[in-house]
Design a protein around this ligand. Structure first.
Ligand SMILES: Cc1ncc(COP(=O)(O)O)c(C=O)c1O
Length: 326
């Protein structure tokens, strides 16, 4: 039996033929580095997509790489402020390299972030890194007003991780023009379905640009060509995002009907408090892979990516099987 892979928040639909053909063109140029003109064109396309000038766009082989660079560059003399739970690599890298990290706890029933709590937690020198929507809760934690308010504190550095922006439609990218201490991090790996190409980018205010532009980032030719084509003809991405949002609501409803405690989401995954504490392990034995969140949340929480209709049905069936058999 094939594995149903719903553990990494990937887009379940393969990119369309025109993107695959473009990536293939990169393969036939495998002896070459990506040329500067091509990289520049990709930055221009990303700038247009994000509604900022090209000057603010920094490329990266995946957005996790950017988050790591930012933590390396800025955390030495700063308190790193995250939420908890959050995208695990950010937490792990901050814990490894920053002298001090504060994780503001998000709790059921809504997993919301209290703005006053966040603001009162800030020290004069803080580096705030928040995923919005949050992984794994799917919640929108920040709006533009709150981001602007925090960024008014010029000594504070603010990073908004918008890996799932296309699913939520919420962004503060354009605020970077007026806030040099703000950086928005995004990726083409999720909504554009290019996880295998690893194309991330920052929309960076001046303070971040100064640090990030000190490393020159190239991309593999295949990634560059695939990303350029995907942005030039992005209709498929919008169609796939709509399909996933529809599937997300359908799956949410189906799980509620099965009696699961499932939270609303603004991303391409759902967080559940399963009735069975070792649900992730039990599903894995049935060839359904989901993410066990017990490293950041109490036992029993799992995160499941929204897959194709068939994958979601298979997940719901197996979930029910585990609950009924326990
Ligand atoms: C919130 C968040 N940020 C960043 C990333 C990293 O994405 P990538 O390195 O594929 O661009 C992920 C991946 O799952 C994520 O969930």
């Amino acid at each position: 039996m094939n594995v149903v892979k719903l553990d990494m928040n990937e887009m379940p639909y393969a990119p369309p033929q025109h993107v695959i053909v473009a990536a293939g063109k990169g393969l036939s140029d495998l002896n070459r580095y990506a040329d500067a003109q091509g990289l520049r064109q990709l930055r221009e396309l990303l700038a247009e997509y994000a509604g900022v000038s090209e000057h603010h766009v920094v490329l990266s082989p995946g957005s996790d790489f950017l988050l790591r660079e930012i933590i390396h560059a800025f955390s030495r003399e700063r308190q790193v402020v995250t939420v908890s739970p959050s995208f695990l690599p950010t937490v792990q890298i901050a814990d490894r390299f920053a002298p001090k990290r504060l994780g503001i706890r998000l709790s059921p029933p809504d997993f919301g972030l209290d703005p006053d709590l966040l603001i009162s937690a800030l020290e004069p020198l803080s580096l705030v890194i928040i995923d919005n929507p949050n992984n794994p809760t799917g919640q929108i934690l920040l709006d533009r007003g709150l981001v602007a308010t925090i960024a008014e504190r010029q000594e504070t550095l603010v990073v908004v991780d918008e890996a799932y922006f296309e699913f939520s439609g919420v962004t503060c990218a354009q605020l970077v023009t007026d806030h040099p201490n703000l950086c928005v991090v995004r990726t083409l790996d999720k909504a554009f379905g290019l996880a295998g190409a690893r194309v991330g980018y920052a929309i960076a205010g001046e303070v971040f640009l100064n640090a990030l532009s000190s490393f020159y980032v190239s991309l593999p030719q295949t990634s560059l060509y695939a990303a350029t084509e995907a942005l030039q003809n992005s209709g498929y991405m919008r169609r796939n995002v709509s399909r996933i949002v529809r599937e997300r609501e359908r799956l949410w409803q189906a799980l509620r009907t099965l009696g699961a405690c499932v939270y609303p989401s603004n991303a391409n995954f759902l967080l559940l408090k399963a009735q069975v504490p070792d649900m992730a392990q039990r599903l894995r034995e049935l060839d359904v892979w989901v993410s066990d969140m017990s490293n950041q949340l109490p036992l029993g929480y799992i995160r499941v990516s929204v897959g194709t209709r068939e994958e979601n049905k298979m997940f719901a069936t197996r979930y029910n099987q585990v609950v009924c058999g326990s």
